[in-house]
Design a protein around this ligand. Sequence first.
Ligand code: SAM
Length: 337
Amino acid sequence: MKNPSSPSFVQKIEFYFCMYEKYHVCYGGDEEERKANYTDMVNKYYDLVTSFYEFGWGESFHFAPRFKEESLRESIKRHEHFLALQLGLKPGQKVLDVGCGIGGPLREIARFSSTTITGLNNNEYQISRGKELNRITGVDRTCDFVKGDFMKMPFPDNVFDAVYAIEATCHAPDAYGCYSEIYRVLKPGQCFAAYEWCMTDSFDPLNQEHQKIKAEIEIGDGLPDIRLTGQCIDALKKAGFEVMWSKDLAVGSPLPWYLPLDKSHFSLSSFRLTAVGRFFTKNMVKALEYVGLAPKGSQRVQDFLEKAAEGLVEGGRKEIFTPLFFFVARKPHSGSQ
Ligand SMILES: C[S@@+](CC[C@H](N)C(=O)[O-])C[C@H]1O[C@@H](n2cnc3c(N)ncnc32)[C@H](O)[C@@H]1O
């Protein structure tokens, strides 16, 4: 585990937990407060979990549809290549990655398509880790990171040849506001593609079990309010986009996207995520925390992420939730908004 050994993490973790939990008092909390304080809430969430994500999942923090005999890593890369191909990325193009994490997809897509990618993120720690990884891989010559909020982007109008977002804009308190910013910075005639976290049409807002699963995912993953797929499409159109096509890629995936989180599944290639791997990690974290090699609170973060995983698996099993809602949308040439 990387950054949990820094002293600031030791001091901050208890404080962050108190503050983060404040936003989600007992399954759901106050939705309006969460939306109003979303930047703060999401930042606190990522300060807590980034190192754990990187340890368990790798440099790309997203799910993927998966074929049989395909490793988790391979499926994640294929999902990134798919996005690049759908956007029709060409060498030399200037691309924006909205909510880029520590830049796993950015490095892969930049190398795959020979494009220049800017990663936008409002989390300081993720940006510093991303810069370090860009330097290590040599991608720092063509790609960079910008600290900023995707609800008010620090870029002029019409500057990017393509924009993508991978499992990030679900953190926006308002999809229309976020997509409007993407529309503004994209050149006319160019495309925006994204993987969105959404509730599916099978979600019944009056069903208490469905509500509980939705709230578990929200609290476990730093989300203000998970939208329906149709609400994302409406928001895109309202922002001025032409929706070229959209599909929930969870439907028809040979292996379910939540398999790596499913405790009943065992895999050597993603051992750290299996029930046995998580048991080992939990005890290792406990022991390291006890002897002072891992900071106090590490085990608490681990338990918290365990709960988040349970909500995701249940949402996936019941097909009421998907992290793989994909769309490609085009900004028309000027005058046609
Ligand atoms: C689940 S992670 C996905 C990261 C990355 N796309 C990937 O697939 O590895 C969501 C990302 O969105 C970023 N994010 C959340 N809210 C944001 C905001 N308001 N402005 C910019 N970035 C934001 C988080 O800091 C985090 O990096």
